[in-house]
Write a protein that binds this ligand. Structure first.
Ligand code: SAM
Length: 325
């Protein structure tokens, strides 16, 4: 249940030279950025392994595969990060055993530790989604969350998924940014950051201002983030990529319109002010607002707003039974 000793060690404190090299080596950038984030990632994104996130992960899965025969026997997660998606799906009854994999050794270390703490049947391995280090026909399910947009050749990664899936096996990727959603999310984020960091220069708001060192660190992170975020997706184009890779029963679904228009400024504001200012009551109120707006998206806006305007896209597909290679 631990990360494999033969895998490379995490490198959470990259040197300036390594950071510079990462600007011209995307895979190195992915490893450095995510190794650096690994130990604080769950806190940063409010990731937990309780009812709240189990329900969220299961909800994403059910949204694209409402009629699955559960549980799957053996699942693989690509770009697992700290294990948010697969560990919560396993707790939600989607799979019995799992392998959490990521390009970043630091993330694999945290994900396997999280799996162990939860008492799940999970192993971990450093793996590039473009060259998955498992035999053909190994898994019943392959999942990923917020990973496809980091992979240079998405079609190659989906071909690899189909190769390691057993015939009839399924992949589910969720949490990918749509092209239009990404435009408004980034703009809203930039405007909120500017307003918050300017307003908190006022002397009577000084205790709402992060130290200059923290703000500089956030700006450096944002610069590297721009390097590791490679793609955004139009849902129909993503379906086309999955079909070209060889998948059948391909379906993309989008979510979060009102919830994203609200959520991105809120998230950016939270990143720009000291943590101590964000009370539990405030966080709970924000979470409730986000839940309410997500419901509005699902019940009403989904029927009137074209799917490409929503922020998140998920995609599923199946490996053909006869020949998937
Ligand atoms: C935005 S994080 C998402 C983590 C996690 N799935 C989640 O939703 O919390 C993207 C993850 O993909 C990983 N990644 C980036 N490129 C990859 C690749 N080519 N193969 C496998 N993982 C990759 C990163 O190291 C990072 O942990």
């Amino acid at each position: 249940m631990t990360a494999r000793p033969e895998d490379p060690a995490p490198n959470p404190h990259a040197t300036e030279a390594e950071v510079q090299a990462a600007y011209s080596d995307n895979k190195l950038a992915q490893v450095l950025y995510h190794d650096w984030e690994a130990e604080t990632y769950d806190d940063k994104w409010s990731i937990s392994y309780d009812e709240r996130c189990i329900e969220y992960a299961r909800g994403r899965f059910d949204a694209v595969v409402p009629d699955a025969q559960l549980p799957y026997d053996r699942a693989l997660e690509l770009g697992c990060g700290t294990g948010f998606f697969l560990l919560n799906l396993m707790q939600g009854g989607v799979a019995k055993s799992g392998s959490v994999t990521d390009l970043s050794p630091g993330m694999v270390k945290v994900a396997t530790r999280n799996g162990k703490n939860l008492g799940l049947d999970v192993d971990g391995r450093v793996a590039d989604a473009e060259t998955i280090p498992y035999e053909d026909d190994t898994f019943d399910l392959v999942v990923g969350h917020a990973v496809l947009h980091h992979i240079p050749d998405v079609e190659l990664a989906l071909k690899e998924c189909l190769r390691v899936l057993k015939p009839g096996g399924r992949f589910v990727f969720a949490g990918e940014p749509t092209t239009i959603g990404n435009i408004y999310a980034r703009r809203l984020g930039q405007v909120t950051w500017k307003i918050t960091t300017e307003i908190t220069k006022l002397p009577f708001l000084a205790d709402w201002r992060k130290t200059q060192e923290e703000l500089d660190e956030s700006s450096r992170a944002a610069a590297l983030e721009a390097v590791v975020d490679l793609h955004t997706f139009d849902p129909s184009d993503l379906e086309g990529i999955a079909r070209s890779a060889g998948a059948i029963q391909v379906k993309a679904k989008t979510e979060e319109f009102a919830a994203a228009l609200w959520g991105w400024p809120v998230r950016t504001f939270e990143a720009a002010v000291p943590d101590s200012k964000l009370t539990m009551r405030y966080r709970l109120a924000q979470y409730k607002a986000w839940l309410g707006l997500s419901k509005l998206d699902e019940k009403v806006l989904r029927h009137v707003v074209p799917r490409k305007f929503f922020y998140n896209v998920m995609i599923t597909g199946v490996k053909p039974a006869a020949s998937g290679k």
